[in-house]
Structure formats: structure tokens, C-alpha cells
Design a protein around this ligand. Sequence first.
Ligand code: MN
Ligand code: MN
Ligand code: MN
Length: 270
Amino acid sequence: MIDLHCHSYFSDGVLSPEALLAKAVTAGVCVLALTDHDTIDGLRRLHAAGCHQSIQLIDGIELSVRWKKYDIHVIGLGITPNDANLTDLIAIQTERRIARALQIGECLAHFGVQNAYQKACDIAGHDRVGRPHFAQVLMHEGLVADMKTAFKRFLGDKQRAYVSTSWISLADAVHGIVQAGGRAVIAHPLKYKLTRTKLHELIKDFKHAGGVGLEVVSGEMVDTDVHEMADLCLRFDLLASSGSDYHGDRLSRVALGRQKRLPVHCTPIW
Ligand code: MN
Ligand code: MN
Ligand code: MN
């Protein structure tokens, strides 16, 4: 089993890199990529913990990008973590992420949640917080019952506490990953709720920039969607990736390495 998409507490996951590795080994994962949002901070500790294990570790990242009016996630696999250009991109993203988080915090104050940014940072253990952290704050404050409702009513696209962010462009993200020696993959292609025409347009722009992979299996999916994504790989000559997008037992429905298998006619990216 391979798992090329998961998160540690260096972004919005619950577990440490060490705990993640232990879980992967127990689950029988043989190739693991840690792909924290806009940070490589967990990679060194994952390697340190994994050096005596037989599991293959791939250095990864999940970059948020702006494509047209959509927020898209691009995964980089096999990157050189300390690449200078990638480091610059990460610095830009971090600055924008914190600025966005401060704005979300101010916005949530209007709904009676005081110091939401600080509370989100306390949950995360760092200051580069994202929307899942705010969703947890909203749950703790009793405004919503679960993560899904937090996004649906407050944090999701066009909702009351949604803050539009000027993430780096799709092309900049893909170039950054490729220059750092990695392969770029479109993460969870069905999560953006794009029309099929728009999704094809995204894939064409992504390929034009140098992207090579599509996440055919991502977290919880129905078989028909998996097969449709596999067909897109064939049609657009893309390599297939697969990941659980695991964030921790209480946040994810699919456990590490427990996502569906890639259809046999796909060419796996790893
Ligand atoms: Mn996440
Ligand atoms: Mn994502
Ligand atoms: Mn993810």
C-alpha cells in the first residue's frame, strides 16, 4: 500500500511525524509521503524517525494555489526540501496564510467568538493556521456541531467568514515543485466542485506548467469517481497518485493507508 498524501501537526494534522510513521508502519504502508500544507517543517523529523524502518519516505508538500477564481491544492512529491526557490514560495505562502488567519479571526469576532486566531494557534501549536483549525474553534465554542457545518456556515467558499487569499499561481507552484526536483500532482480533483469543462481546463493549464500527476484516489471516494479520475489520467496522459489525506483519527474518515486502491490500468506516480 502507498499513501502519498497525509498531514502532521506541522500543518493541520493531529499527529507528530513520528506517530504518523508508526501508524504507517503498522498499517503496512510501504511508501509514505508527508504533504503538510505549505510547509516542509515535519520532513526532517519524519526522516529521523524512519531511518531504521524499511518504509520508503518521500518528501512532499501540499501547496495552496489560486487558479482563476478557485483555490486549488497542488502536491509536490520528491521535492528537495531546502531548495532556495521553494523556500521563497513557502515564505510567501506563510505570510499570506497568517494574514488570512488574522482576517478570519476578526471576522469571527462579529459572530461572538473572541480571540479566534489565538485559539486556533493554541489548537495547532503554531501560528500558520488554516480553516480546519478555525472549524475546531467554532466547535469548541459551540457555534457548530462538526467540521462540515463549520465550513458550510462560516469558513467555506463565499460563506460568512470566508476570506479570499491571493495564494501563489498554479504555474508558480508547479514550477517551484519541478525546480526543486519534484513531481507536481493535482490534489483531490473532485473537491473543487468544478464543472467537467473547468476541470479539463485546469488539467490543461497544469500540464502546460509542467505538472504530471492526478490524485486518482483521495480520502473517501466512491468507485465511480475513482474510475472517472483514472480515465482522466489516460485521456490527459497523467500519472496516478493515491493518498488518504489523513489528518488524524478524529478529523479523517479514512485512516492512513486505508484509501481505495488505484485501478489497475493507471500508471502509479510512485
Ligand atoms: Mn488539511
Ligand atoms: Mn487539500
Ligand atoms: Mn491534504
